[in-house]
Design a protein. Sequence first.
Lengths: 631, 607
Amino acid sequence: MAAAPAPPPENPARQALPVAAYPEVRRYAAHVARNRGRDLGLTVALFALAAVAGLFGPRLLGALIDGVQHGTTAGHVDVVVGLIALFLVLQTVLTRYANLAAGKFGEGVLAELRENFVARVLELPLSVVERAGSGDLLSRSSRDVDALSQAARFGVPTTLVALVTTALTLVALALVSPWAMLPLLVIVPPIWVVFRWYLKRAPAGYLAESARYADMTDGLTETVDGARTIEALGLQQRRVDRTDEDIRRQYAAERYTLYLRCVFWPTAESCYIVPVALTLLLGGLGYIHGWFSLGQVTAATIYMQQIMGPIDEMLAWADQLQVGGASLARLLGVAGVPADREPSGARPSGEDLVAADVRYSYIPGREVLHGVDLSVRAGERLAMVGPSGAGKSTLGRLLAGIHGPTEGSVAVGGVPLVELPLGELRGQVALVNQEHHVFAGTVRDNVVLPRPEASDAEVGAALAAVDALTWVEALPEGLHTEIGAEGRTLSPAQAQQLALARLVLADPHTLVLDEATSLIDPRAARHLERSLAAVLEGRTVIAIAHRLHTAHDADRVAVVEDGVIAELGSHEELVAADGAYAGLWESWHGRGAAAGERIETAKQVETAKQVETAERIETAERVQRVDTVER
Amino acid sequence: MRHLPEPDPGTPDTRSATRFLFWLVRKQWTTMTLGAFWGVVWMVSQALMPAAVGRTIDAGVTAKNSGELWRWAAAVLALGCVTGVAGVLRHRCAVTNWLTASYRTVQLTARQATELGATLPSRIATGDVIAIGTADTSNIGSTMDVSARFTGALVSIVVVAVLLLAADLRIGLTVLIGVPLITALVGPLLKPMHRRQSEVRALQGRLTGRANDIVAGLRVLRGIGGEPEFAQRYRAESQQLRAAGVRVARVESLLESAQVLLPGLFVVGVTWLAARLAISGDITAGQLVAFYGYAAFLVIPLRTITEAWGRFLKAHVAATRVVTVLALRNPLRQGTESVPADASRTGPAAGTGALADTRTGVAFAPGTFTAVASADPAEAIDLADRLGRYRQAEGVTLDGVPVDALPLSRLRRRILVADNDARLFAGRLADELTPAANGVHCPIGAQRSPGQPIPPGQPTPSGQPTPISDPLVFSPTAALHTAAAEDIVEALPEGLDSAITERGRSFSGGQQQRLRLARALLADPEVLLLVEPTSAVDAHTEARIADRLARARSGRTTVVFTTSPLMLDRAENVVFLVGGRAVAEGRHRELLATVPAYRATVTREED
């Protein structure tokens, strides 16, 4: 490589989750060492014992060779070889248990780490997760956990053992002659300089490498998930180009770290041989001048060769530990996201929901709600209508306490929602939106999320309340049918029904329904809403809807326009006020008027056509029944 | 270093995992060969080190010959430097080998995903395809990486064996027999390890799937308070994975200890044999030292061989998975791409875009704006999929030609089915909205002169991007206007240049829907099938869209599957679908008056 490449820049398109700073990583490592001190101690002790057992073999072999050189018996050779074999077996057994202990320790640490990671992610503010994209999270929970697994299982024990071995060998070297350590000092400055140079750059380099890898997997995930859209719009070439561009960027990151190693490794490796050559040369000259014995020169040379193994191992693992540290920083980084809620311990004194001068902006400086005041009485049914993008959904999320407002407050019974712990909050107010995600697991697993202890009968009742019991029972294994990513695919309407069933089971006193039935066909939705209303009798319901019949049936209607509540009142009041809502209603009602108007003219339409159509419907329905039976 | 990624990853050999791996090797044989060369230099230079040190002691130190001493000490230094330099050159090749194979696999997977297109989810779990990117490519890459050291190990063993054979036949034979024997003894441990590792991988995949669920479902969980239960489930599966990991560690630790024991016994055996020979005077003491040095050195290549074997096994598992995906063929595409061009090249002349289906009895005249109302939305989706040939489409014709007989890529350019499952992709908004007609990147703002209706899919003689007939429709501004989506863009910090997140998650459902509509309009297909394009927008916006849609698509066949009275009212013609069959047809108001079942389906008034 001709010139030193710069670390690749961050991908500006995405706001990645934060990465933990070094002191945080160190604190965590110390915390693990304390918590799992016994496991770690056992692992290190076993590795150290194995290393010590391993030191005996070469010593005895050396002695054997010496003995042969100076004349010995075959019997003595056999005894020494037997002894060596014995230490070998001992070392084998110790190695086995040391590795097993390392495996148990590493797996334990990893499980804890990824579980904490997921627990933290589950508490992250939604906006942060959505901005980060799934690739960032996915690569953290899979690739970083793997990288860390290598470091935790092998890196830490190996480094510790190498440290012990190096120390022992240094002692042996000093015992031969203090002068024998001199050649070693020669290489300390160059190795130190290049090692520092490397360590200063490596973490950022490896972090960038991981991040670019995440972008690459992210792009691939999008391509796989969106395969149909890609085909429909003929985006194949664009996706292929995107993949290649991601690879190009990843390659740049890989080349940067390769460049770092290309400077570090050969320097270090060339340094290893210098003390050996120097020992031979200086020792040899010393022997010629009678300063050292031949035995001293030979022993010093052997030790010098032996000490390079563990030193190399430490330097090599320093690299791996850097990778592990980088991964750990990424895993711990999610904790660095500022919490958007802070439990104050206060308990709500009622069920009234009050929003006061609520402002909200997703992007600083881009306010989407400009001071909303709204008070919802317990048991009230409030409908929120307004044009798309007016801020209805945002207000709904604020009213359900999913985000805290940027300014102002949303409080239930006098306590701001962001001051309630999540568990407590969901007992008060819950939200279902048009998102129709189905979790991997059974139907039951999907429904009982808010109340895992619910009985099958309760789940059945919740499903019945949302008109879903019939089709769930028709599934091959009913409630226990696998659905989601690895199971049966549900229609969006069915998924929405499950979401509503969850809500029924959660049973909070206030519900926010954000277009919660928008994917269900209108006739079925009407039936579902009635059946749901019966179950939710007495609950406060805030329904965001574009179907105005919801507004018509509500106690009050709030019209949200351009981030403020433009009108608020009962349906009749608002129609009478002849404002925005009246306009909406007219546009809506116009459909009915059109129908009425045409009913007049209908009389002029030949009855023959009606009869004909009715017959065709009948035939079609009959055929469909036959189809269904055949299927 | 190689320029990566390569523009064309090539056509893989997918007959078996092994063939695929060899195909990859062939594709990068230059760096594979170079890597192997440096691997040999690196390993052999290490093998010769004991001999060089021995010579320094014998010829320099013991003989008290300072000239020889200087010479041999310099030789030791040079040999060490050769090791260092060859090591890093080998590493560069190894990294290149790793990345080349990994990237090629990613490229192939992405290309295969676009090739399978809409049929992908029905053929294979998407998680399996994604796992290729996250895990399999690494395993395949690491096998390419180890190949250089593997070759070096093999050659150095041969070199040492030859040196020993020259010195003493018995010792040489012991090494030649012992090395394969040890490898064979370690081998049986690899199988169970391999099996348990697959088990861990499967669990890891599931756990990754759970993590994916978190991102996709966090909104849902957050709304309902399902986090503790979800965390609980994740913990349970994570613990399963931990247990499986410990089971792997059990086998791995056996392997580790075997790698201490077997080469150790080998060294002890050779030394014992050599010592006995030295005592009986068959070899010299100096030779004994050298033999010991060689035997001790052999531990390194032996380990490399075991490591490489393990990696080969892993790579084979990974390659099996990759081959499974790559070998899939798109069932819709089969046998139709080679249809004679005359059937597919029915000209770009005006009056094309007549779509008809004999099974349901629907027929859409060229250039008309039709609405289809279905009592059951699933039937509407079925019909849209049939018309667009996303499933078996017997009886569907486009301008009289069965759609089954049209090459799929051409058909896709002529008929666009835009449904609510369509994805928005991460990227610059302007890019993501721009159609990819002809595969020619059509830059935003490109306009074609009026009165020149060339449908997408027909490159102009000059090879320029498809010109656009109505600048009002084909500029993003106009499409956004038609989709009543200007406000979305206006609210973005950098307007059309803003980056949008994966799946357009930062937009509300209604906003996403309008952006998808704008994208579909910009694609400007001959026939546009819109499935419930306004289901998530409010009445005002819907009315605006309905008004603008007809104008924007004038002269081109447009079919809207909807039950919204507003949209139906704007259609030139409405088809009413019951039981998947067209039972009535006419203007919206006419059907309202004459067909009670239609009225019940489309009006939201209380009965």
